[in-house]
Design a protein around this ligand. Structure first.
Ligand code: GAR
Length: 229
């Protein structure tokens, strides 16, 4: 391979790994200037680990069940990550809560994706909760990780309409399609050095980030193609 060495990224997962796949694909397509150095799963035998293997990326399991305290788990995770000297650590469906030391250690270079329009619906079961609340719009957010769970400064959001016959599953699918678009973009911006944080807000190229607009549901029949409305 030619060209300058690219920044290292380590991706943490717990399951399916479809966001991991979107990031791998975006690196391959030349959109994201990264070298995915490793994938680490908190669960053994996940489909995400198989995706890493298929892509030829080193993968590891740091199984939280092997540790008696969260601090020990976090320490083992940090040791594994730091062996790869990444510039950026990406949580992609990583379903363990991380402790203070871990978050401090990677402050400003730890990203997460969450399936809601934060600050709405932090935590679990976001799609069912959005439907129960009668939300007209729903979506996903990529944010810097801070001590507040699902609470750090937001880098980018994608908004989709909630359809009258949506179930948690169909809504999740609509949101996931957008996750696969915005996570690679946020990582690209980070690695290009275009993000900064001022007064708890994320700036892109020194400016408040542009509104992301409303996206069509990709499954909406006979509609205009997915993209900003
Ligand atoms: C994604 O929807 C992601 O936003 C969510 O888990 C899913 C993982 O899917 N993450 C969280 O809920 C974190 N709080 P994936 O494994 O196919 O990328």
């Amino acid at each position: 391979m030619s060209g300058a060495p690219r920044d290292g990224v380590v991706v943490l997962i717990s399951g399916r790994g479809s966001n991991l796949q979107a990031i791998i694909d975006a690196v391959r397509a030349g959109q994201v200037p990264a070298d995915i150095r490793a994938v680490i799963s908190s669960e053994p035998g996940t489909p995400g680990l198989a995706r890493a293997r298929t892509a030829g990326i080193p993968s590891h399991v740091v199984n939280f069940r092997d540790f008696t305290t969260r601090e020990e788990f976090d320490r083992a995770l940090m040791q594994q990550i730091d062996g790869y000297q990444p510039r950026l650590v990406v949580l992609a469906g990583f379903m363990r809560i991380l402790g203070k030391n871990f978050i401090d250690h990677y402050a400003g270079r730890l990203l997460n994706i969450h399936p809601s329009l934060l600050p709405e619906f932090p935590g679990l079961n976001t799609h069912a909760r959005a439907l129960r609340n009668g939300a007209k719009y729903h979506g996903a957010s990529v944010h810097f990780v801070t001590h507040e769970v699902d609470g750090g400064p937001v880098i980018i959001q994608a908004v989709i309409p909630v359809l009258p016959d949506d179930s948690p599953e169909t809504l999740a699918e609509g949101v996931l399609n957008q996750e696969h678009r915005i996570y690679p973009l946020a990582i690209q911006w980070f690695l290009e050095g275009r993000l900064s944080i001022e007064d708890g807000r994320v700036l892109l190229d020194g400016q408040p980030r542009p509104e992301q607009g409303l996206f069509q549901r990709e499954s909406t029949p006979g509609d205009i193609p997915a993209g900003p409305i």
